[in-house]
Design a protein around this ligand. Sequence first.
Ligand code: EPZ
Length: 424
Amino acid sequence: MKTLDRYVVAGGNRLQGKVAISGAKNAALPILAAALLTSDESLIHNTPVIRDVGVMLEILRRLGAQVEELPEGETGRGLRIVPGALASGEVGADFTREMRSSIFLMGPLLARLGKIRISYPGGCAIGPRPIDFHLRGLEQLGAKIEERFGFIEASVPGRLKGTEVYLDFPSVGATENLMMAAVLADGVTVIRNAAREPEIVDLQNFLNRMGAKVRGAGMDVIRVQGTEALGRVEHTVIPDRIEAGTFLAAAAITKGDVTAAGVIPEHLDAICAKLREMGCITEDGEDWVRVIGPERLKATDLKTLPYPGFPTDMQPQMMALMSVAEGTSIVTETIFENRFKVAEELRRLGGNVKTEGRTAVVQGVPQLSGARVECPALREGMALVLAGLAAEGTTTIDQIVHIDRGYQNLDQKLGGLGATITRG
Ligand code: EPZ
């Protein structure tokens, strides 16, 4: 979708100060889908006010759920979801094309209604993003799945049946989808080679507060004892480790001194280790992490891996830092096939990035120079904002609707740290 919104960023300001981190997008999205597993109410606090959450709430409303905002608390935006009997089990292309995460609805709707008709989720700029692990796992749980006319139709007579599922790759979404399908299944489900991200632990905590019996999230084997029904739940979403990492990277690239507040420091271990390798000083406390950037970053090598390895959602941001570091950095992207789209835009800013398959070689230059660039996707768009903060002159970034998907009040938060950034 072409929109006029753009950011205009002036380079050269050192970012200083404290920024409050919002709730995690990638925890809130599966948790909102999991609210459908009961007809009773879910009170979900600290949900980020971002486009992807807005899309998910619209889907829940279309399915017949009552959705309302709770009075603003100190823990961010709260939501009250009451699915009730659920009017429909259909999710149309107007949503799935916009947001791949709508695939998370398959598990809960199959578990609750025994059927779902969902249009095939659109790929996005970071590779084809198939859903074969999701579909194969749901079939192993007893679902019948047909794909036709651009829709996936899944159904199960009666309840899903617990079983052992082995994931070829520790897919975050497939792990979450199968957890949500299994909590109302008949019998025990074991998910092997499960993803271990903190957002999966947050989903397990939410499900268990509903009365589910899920064990093992955070490790590679998750066990679910199916139950007949689930009930009312109240939960606060964990803070967003990728948003926090992005603001700490902004300190690194602007020779700044930024504290991300309201975080879980251990979720940032891999990111802080990499920033230290590049010459930053990091400190942390109970619920905060501070990064002080050096006069000149040092090149380093980076390989993205499933958690607790370095997160792919921080890879484009790190490529921006490497573009102005001293020396040559090698980036290996092992999670997605095509997550170097930001390279072309960094070259427009004077960066020297060469990519070949899943490897990129970044030769640091003394300084980038501001130009007009375009967001290819969410995290890639943030990489361009970081580059603009350090570039000489002004950088204009188009298509920032991608950034709105995952960052709440970005310009206010960066402005609060001393950045000169306006939304035009
Ligand atoms: C989640 O996406 C996150 N999104 C992504 O964050 C994140 O990059 C990714 O996990 C990896 O950490 C949400 O949680 C909403 P995967 P997901 O299934 O679940 C392949 C962001 O910027 N695969 O772990 O889609 C897939 O193509 C987003 O916040 C299959 O082949 O990621 C990819 O190469 C971007 N078949 C790899 O596995 C499947 O059935 C990892 O995907 C599923 C995935």
